[in-house]
Design a protein around this ligand. Structure first.
Ligand SMILES: [Zn+2]
Length: 356
């Protein structure tokens, strides 16, 4: 396994921008290009995410439950002092010197940061030296507990019920001395503060859960990639607010989702789909915009000579378009057997479907 943490600029500048725009300045926000089609984006592959996911999915081999362990996984366990490198991913108490494990840790952190997931809140998190598990304001390292085999957060919870083990059970399982009761109370209190009550074993990040549950790694790349897409911020907040303002309608996220779905399912042909996307993204240049940018001497409509020809005017309210829209409405009304009348813009639910 070769793991190296290549910088993000490499993927954006070398792969995406250069291919799309060559030496010209880029014309579209990379976040809009890379956003999924269901978010109104263009589904341009995010090569950096693919690179992280392809590397991170190899870390399954470090899991104790991995059905097949490649030969290199034993080498990495050996160089890590006989401890599974999987534990290192959750250990923030020190820096790892081994280049492969250190790079794996970096990629693990970057992937989780991109998905805004807390990977430390995990059953695999280390108990000792963990900056989130504080007793008396500092992280602790109890040798007796460590020697007894209590290393991870999951060691203190019941595998089945996910409940915190009783002191008697811990004494029985790990042969701990009974004089450790005060420390048991301290760790219980610290974990309760961190994991919140009622105290139960954390499930781990969605990526950790996927890796643990899919030991063979089938379809795991696309699953993690989709998780990252779902967690990414809305790529069109401004566009949506402009449409809401223009149409005096508060369009819900559900309506926007259905609008994007319509664009992607109603048209098989790329050209028609692109026209819809251009409308959503408001890329049609209007006399109003050209006048504002000092590229036209007037903001009058090209068809009806009306003033302030905004995008809404050129697509809907222009008097020159009235016959055209009325013909379309007639066909729709005949289909749905509704009385014929051209709705006003603010009342029109048709408009949201006709012009997304
Ligand atoms: Zn007009």
């Amino acid at each position: 396994m070769v793991l190296s943490a290549l910088p993000g600029a490499y993927f954006i500048k070398r792969t995406s921008y250069q291919f799309l725009w060559g030496s010209s300045p880029h014309r579209l926000n990379i976040k809009k290009l890379q956003a999924s089609a269901k978010q109104g984006g263009f589904s341009l592959p995010n090569f950096q995410w693919y690179y992280w996911v392809m590397n991170v999915k190899q870390l399954r081999a470090w899991l104790s439950t991995a059905p097949v362990k490649p030969i290199w996984s034993h080498i990495e366990t050996e160089v890590n002092g006989g401890i599974s490198p999987w534990r290192e991913l959750f250990d923030t108490s020190h820096k790892t010197i081994h280049p492969i494990i250190a790079n794996a840790k970096t990629l693990w952190c970057k992937l989780h940061r991109a998905g805004r997931w807390d990977f430390i809140k995990s059953p695999s998190a280390t108990l000792w030296g963990n900056k989130r598990i504080l007793i008396g304001g500092t992280s602790v390292d109890w040798l007796q507990w460590r020697k007894a085999g209590i290393l991870n957060v999951s060691d203190l919870f019941d595998c089945g019920t996910k409940c915190f083990l009783s002191f008697d059970k811990i004494v029985e399982l790990y042969k701990l001395k009974r004089n450790q009761f005060w420390r048991y109370v301290q760790i219980h209190s610290s974990l309760s503060k961190w994991l919140e009550t009622p105290l139960s074993c954390p499930v781990g990040s969605p990526v950790e859960v996927l890796l643990s549950r899919s030991p063979l790694g089938k379809g795991i790349t696309s699953k993690i990639y989709r998780l990252l897409q779902d967690r990414s911020a809305d790529p069109l907040p401004k566009v949506k607010s402009y449409w809401a303002q223009d149409m005096a309608l508060d369009t819900s996220s559900v309506e926007w989702d259905s609008c994007f779905q319509n664009v992607n399912t109603m048209y098989k042909e790329t050209g028609s789909r692109f026209i819809q996307l251009k409308t959503i993204h408001r890329w049609h240049r209007t006399p109003q915009q050209l006048y504002k940018w000092n590229l036209a001497s007037t903001d009058e409509c090209w068809r009806c000579d009306g003033q302030n020809a905004s995008i809404l005017h050129i697509l809907w309210s222009c008097s020159a378009l009235r016959d055209w829209w009325e013909n379309i409405m007639e066909v729709i009304f005949i289909k749905i057997r509704s009385p014929k009348s051209l709705p006003s813009l603010s009342q029109s639910s048709f408009f949201q479907n006709l012009i997304p």
